[in-house]
Design a protein around this ligand. Structure first.
Ligand SMILES: C[S@@+](CC[C@H](N)C(=O)[O-])C[C@H]1O[C@@H](n2cnc3c(N)ncnc32)[C@H](O)[C@@H]1O
Length: 266
């Protein structure tokens, strides 16, 4: 899957990673991680969650940064105590050597890419030691989904918009379903927090970045692409309004937390 590291993403993800790690720390009452090995699934080249852990828990025993895309490790800045691992949370075999060894598994801004979430959550469960804790933070709904759905109805745009991961994945997802899914897998003390996030884009550049994030395939001449961008910017502003004269981005993010029971044999 194509990934973008836009300025908007980088800024937003670092900020949200810090908040997400703080939420895990509060909910699980993390105080001292000097005996804990933490795995970050979908670490990305910015290693945002790993950085957030190191800032809040500088004494953490070890961090294992996992990403399916090996190229993220070419640009990721090496940090002491971080082990890099190319692995895919959808593929049990790719992480088998870590099974039953992790004290914590965390993941931010990654599970919304995954269609078969049950398999991925199950694999995360297997990675944990009995008593281990997992936290997942990902987008479960986005105004962009609704917007793209509207746009897709407009003649000529259907082909351009089709196959975006947003259209494929955001359709009917709800936090409650995921809470139940984690419980079905065996997690205990499952908690789900949904939050609506709103922030303004800084006009064209960020909006362009955002379109790239959505994997929108602009199979257009440069001239037509400019026209297309102007039209969708106009439609987007009309539909969702502005914050401080900028287009507004709204999404619903889910924090999903659970504990693997001590008695679990899986
Ligand atoms: C949007 S980035 C998020 C990076 C970082 N967690 C953050 O919050 O800033 C998503 C990352 O997840 C990785 N990823 C996507 N699907 C994955 C999977 N099935 N297993 C492991 N990593 C995956 C992508 O390669 C990408 O680097």
């Amino acid at each position: 899957m194509a990934e973008s590291s836009s300025s908007l993403e980088t800024f937003a993800h670092y900020d949200f990673s810090i908040q997400f790690v703080q939420r895990c720390a509060d909910e699980f009452q993390w105080k001292d991680l000097s005996e804990d090995v933490v795995m970050d699934i979908g670490c990305g080249d910015e290693l945002n969650c790993c950085k957030a852990i190191i800032i809040q828990f500088p004494e953490v025993k070890a961090l294992i940064a996992v990403d399916t895309d090996s190229t993220v490790f070419e640009t990721a800045r090496f940090m002491n105590r971080i082990e890099f691992c190319v692995g895919d949370i959808r593929e049990r075999d790719s992480l088998e050597s870590y099974e039953g060894k992790m004290d914590k598994v965390i993941s931010a801004h990654t599970f919304h890419y995954i269609i078969d979430k049950e398999t991925a959550f199950r694999n995360a469960y297997r990675l944990l030691k009995p008593g281990g804790e997992a936290g997942f933070f990902f987008c479960v709904n986005s105004y962009m989904y609704e917007f793209l759905t509207v746009l897709r109805e407009i003649q000529n745009y259907e082909a351009i918009i089709k196959d975006t991961f947003a259209l494929n994945l955001y359709a009917t997802e709800l936090g409650k379903q995921y809470k139940e899914l984690l419980e079905k897998i065996g997690f205990k003390h499952v908690r789900a927090f949904e939050e609506e996030l709103k922030f303004p884009f800084s006009l064209d550049e960020c909006f362009k970045d955002f379109l790239e994030v959505l994997d929108i395939n602009l199979v257009l001449s440069p001239e037509d692409a400019e026209k297309f961008k102007a039209i969708i910017l106009h439609l987007y502003e009309k539909k969702f309004g502005k914050i401080e004269r900028n287009p507004r981005y709204v999404s619903v993010q889910l924090s999903l937390l659970g504990v693997k029971p001590m008695e679990s044999s899986d």
